[in-house]
Design a protein around this ligand. Structure first.
Ligand code: 6R9
Length: 651
């Protein structure tokens, strides 16, 4: 939480009232807040009725074993049936579910009727492999229609999917497969990235070299790349799925049946497998997608630019929009392929009305210039959303002006992998929006900013964000590690029973919430969570590194950039630049390209406290070219001089 951010934010006073016409037609009015606070559980029960239940619940919330929640206890439903079949049964089989746009320009249009057939076929295929409800399936795939179909097919069978972002390394995939003991991996031969076909299956083969639980690898053909083949283990998606019947009886599962595991970085090196279940999760993603994006399923064309490898892709590409029978755009590639106007071209082509993206991309668009959005007809847009990190007021205003034509409400949505769905956000027809603030908990959600003792801070003050009441989409645990679940989220405010989000926040004078970034050792790089420890472990796993300390330094485009301080082991065998390149590539190999340090500084010492804790705060001062803060707790007062002198010699 840097002081700089705080100061910038406290001088921000602009406000934008919802356009009148928008409020008049909005899905939610201010009455929703009153309704939810009058009877929170009744409000959530009403939201759960957005779904089709096979058996209705007999208790909305069981919190008797807190912090392990049970929502809609006794209820039974099938998640895939809710996202697909019921819309077809309601006569919407011809409605487009997915306008899929490949990076090279190939396209696919998938109606809800076709999606149902595809999901049924895939479910039959996975069942043929011997998978049974509760089994885990890993998915590492680019943004293909089959990726969405695979997730829904898992949901249909009660299989627990674990989607691993396509940019993660074989080592990262391997540890996730092993942690979840996945029986099957679904992947593709390759993927298109920045105009090139790059391999995928060859990388997943590296991962599956040491994953004894994997029985089969199912491979979607995308690029036509040559792949190695393990007979009896590997099977082409089209061979497994294409001849399967297009009908499949969807079994109802318990409301608390596990739906997916999604790994996210924590403060230690080992990623946490965040566990989500069925009824409560689907209720909250459907409700929030309706409320925050004001979705009108008959007329809107919705586009969330996230990747399915992140929670935003799970909740706001797959489960929320499909539960609401939305028509959406799914884009496979990078935003500047083949040119920097690609997103705007897609918005114009499909008449996108709702666009949901991340601050890092908005800042990149700013860098690329206003000519790109100006060259395309963006008049179809009526609502803009932001997610992933605090959005700077300037980026927010640029987004509203140059993409939203000054007419679209902007919703800054705060939530986490752990929360499953949006928690804090303006309501587009109700809230006067403030650039840079997520503002108010949604109806049904209880959040506060508190101090160290758990006491709510007064308006105008800062502290930590907590969630004070359980919510339906909340994580149900960390896969295989109940103690870590309690310790990480519930121990800090155990007395009050609050969920500790790990974010700093402040109230403005109206009591609106401004998020100030992580307060733990988690960095946020282009909206991706990466722990400092994870990168440090990767660095010290290289034979030339004795010790490493990693900090997130503020970065104009990516929010934070990874800066590593490395003490070399022994005499360096190569020159400094080569060494640095080697180490950057090593981190990419260990974790993935997203974790590649922006900068590696070779140092002789690291600043430590007497108890041996690295003082990252001081390293951050160096990385951000600031004057050093308080150094009095350093074990060795001379160490910072040594570092700064050493670094100035390097320039
Ligand atoms: C959905 C998602 C969660 C962390 C979260 C916070 C940051 C997300 C934000 C935001 C300020 C927003 N974050 N949205 N900070 N304003 N609108 O991003 O999940 O990848 O788990 O990251 O991202 O720091 O704690 P996840």
């Amino acid at each position: 939480m840097s002081g700089k951010t705080l100061d910038n934010l406290s001088t921000e006073t602009r406000e934008f009232a919802p356009p009148e016409g928008f409020s008049a037609q909005a899905n939610l009015s201010a009455a929703a807040y009153a309704e939810a606070s009058a009877d929170r559980l009744a409000f959530w029960a009403e939201q759960a009725r957005r779904l089709a239940w096979d058996t209705e619940w007999d208790q909305v919330l069981d919190w008797s074993d807190a912090p392990f929640a049970k929502w809609f206890v006794g209820g039974r439903l099938n998640v895939a049936y809710n996202c697909v079949d019921r819309h077809v049964e309601a006569g919407l089989g011809e409605r487009v579910a997915l306008h899929w746009e490949g990076e090279p320009g190939d396209t696919r249009t998938v109606t809800y009727g076709q999606l149902r057939d595809m999901v049924c076929q895939a479910a039959n295929g996975l069942a043929f492999l011997g998978l049974r409800a509760g089994d885990r399936v890993a998915i590492q795939m680019p943004m293909l229609v089959e990726a969405i179909v695979a997730m829904l097919a898992c949901a249909r069978l009660g299989l627990v999917h674990s989607v691993v972002f396509g940019g993660f390394s074989p080592a990262a995939l391997q540890s996730r497969i092993n942690d979840a003991q996945a029986r099957v991996l679904i992947t593709s031969d390759g993927q298109y990235r920045r105009g090139e076909a790059v391999p995928m299956k060859n990388l997943t083969d590296e991962a599956t070299a040491q994953t004894p639980s994997i029985e089969h690898v199912v491979v979607v053909r995308r690029t036509g790349a040559e792949v190695d083949w393990v007979p009896d283990r590997d099977v082409w998606w089209h061979d497994l799925v294409d001849d399967q019947p297009t009908t499949h009886e969807a079994e109802a599962f318990d409301s608390e049946h596990p739906l997916f595991i999604l790994y996210t970085s924590g403060t230690t090196g080992k990623p946490k497998g965040i566990l989500h279940t069925s009824g409560g999760y689907l209720t909250q993603v459907a409700y929030t997608h309706h409320a925050v994006f004001d979705l009108k399923p008959d007329t809107d064309v919705y586009w969330c630019t996230a990747d399915i490898g992140w929670v935003t892709g799970h909740s706001y590409i797959v489960y929320g929009p499909l539960a609401n029978a939305a028509t959406q755009v799914v884009y496979e590639g990078t935003p500047n392929t083949p040119h920097q106007g690609r997103h705007f071209e897609i918005i114009a082509k499909y008449g996108v009305t709702i666009y949901y993206t991340a601050p890092t991309l908005i800042r990149t668009f700013m860098k690329w210039g206003t000519d790109n959005p100006a060259a395309h007809d963006l008049s179809s847009l009526r609502l803009l959303g932001s997610v992933g990190e605090p959005i700077n007021p300037e980026a927010w205003v640029w987004y509203r002006t140059h993409i939203g034509g000054e007419r679209c409400p902007v919703v800054d949505t705060w939530w986490q992998t752990e929360t499953g769905a949006i928690m804090i956000s303006p309501l587009p027809g109700v809230t006067k929006t403030k650039p840079g603030s997520a503002q108010v908990p949604l109806p049904g959600i209880s959040a506060q900013v508190v101090d160290d003792t758990g006491t709510e801070v007064p308006h105008g003050s800062g502290g930590y964000l907590v969630l004070t009441e359980p919510w339906p989409g909340m994580l149900r645990g960390i896969w295989g590690d109940p103690d870590r679940f309690k310790e990480t989220y519930w121990s800090r405010y155990a007395e009050q029973g609050y969920y500790f989000a790990g974010d700093g926040a402040k109230y403005d004078n109206d009591g609106h919430i401004w998020l100030l970034g992580r307060v733990d050792d988690v960095m946020n790089v282009s909206g991706h969570r990466i722990s400092t420890t994870e990168v440090e472990s990767a660095l010290v796993s290289h034979p030339t590194v004795a010790e490493a300390a990693v900090v997130g330094a503020s970065d104009p485009t990516t929010g934070q950039g990874i800066v590593a301080f490395v003490i070399p082991r022994g005499k360096a065998a190569t020159d400094r630049d080569t060494h640095i390149t080697t180490l950057r590539n090593h981190v990419a190999q260990e974790i993935g390209a997203i974790a590649k340090p922006r900068q590696i500084l070779i140092v002789e010492e690291l600043p430590k406290t007497r108890s041996g804790k690295i003082m990252r705060r001081l390293l951050r001062d160096i990385a951000e070219n600031r004057e050093l803060g308080d150094t009095t707790t350093l074990a060795d007062q001379t160490v910072m001089n040594l570092i700064t002198e050493g670094l100035s010699n390097q320039k």
